[in-house]
Design a protein around this ligand. Structure first.
Ligand code: FE2
Ligand code: FE2
Length: 189
């Protein structure tokens, strides 16, 4: 079973033993979810919503319902925030949390290694998004004839990105939330 992002559709059975004990249905309101687990889920939700919002806004531009200046003023700061926050989130996972989780449950090590590789895949895809956004912003400012084509390329890039991001976030949650529920978040830090 391939575990690379873009090929896998969830974890193999060998990495699901905690998820089977702590299925998603019991996560909300579980007393061990704690601040750390809630914060994690909220950050992931924010990334998904923001990416969807950036796509919807770009589609509004393509449909001609937003003018260039209004769109640019809305899009540029939100896109920059998205890229910066996602990179920061991955950095703290790679440097701090994943090593802590791997020590806490060595049987999940493979999963955390896969998630680290996901971050590299996502960063390569983010580079494409950044290039598409820069081309779009250039068109918005100085090449009006190119706006629609650049906006379509931006929307296509986000549409390619969304399933990768969604798969990564869901699998990460499936690995670490059950671990937090089993141990309590105080012992994980
Ligand atoms: Fe991650
Ligand atoms: Fe994450």
């Amino acid at each position: 079973m391939p575990l690379e992002l873009g090929l896998r559709s969830g974890w193999p059975d060998s990495l699901r033993f905690l998820l089977q004990r702590y299925p998603r249905a019991i996560w909300p309101g579980h007393r061990n979810l704690g601040q750390l687990g809630q914060f994690w889920l909220q950050r992931h939700q924010m990334f998904k919503e923001l990416a969807q919002m950036l796509l919807a806004g770009t589609q509004e531009l393509i449909a001609g319902r937003l003018d260039a200046a209004t769109f640019n003023g809305w899009f540029a700061p939100r896109f920059a925030f998205f890229v910066q926050e996602l990179q920061g989130h991955h950095q703290i996972e790679d440097q701090h949390y994943f090593p802590v989780f791997m020590r806490a449950e060595p049987k999940l090590r493979l999963g955390f290694e896969v998630l680290e590789q996901d971050h590299d895949t996502i960063h390569a895809a983010l580079d494409n998004l950044v290039a598409a956004s820069e081309a779009l912003v250039r068109a918005l400012v100085a090449e009006p004839a190119m706006v629609t084509a650049r906006a379509e390329a931006m929307a296509a890039a986000i549409e390619r990105f969304l399933p990768l991001l969604g798969r990564h976030l869901e699998d990460e949650e499936d690995l670490l939330i059950p671990l937090i529920l089993e141990r309590g978040d105080a012992t994980i830090r």
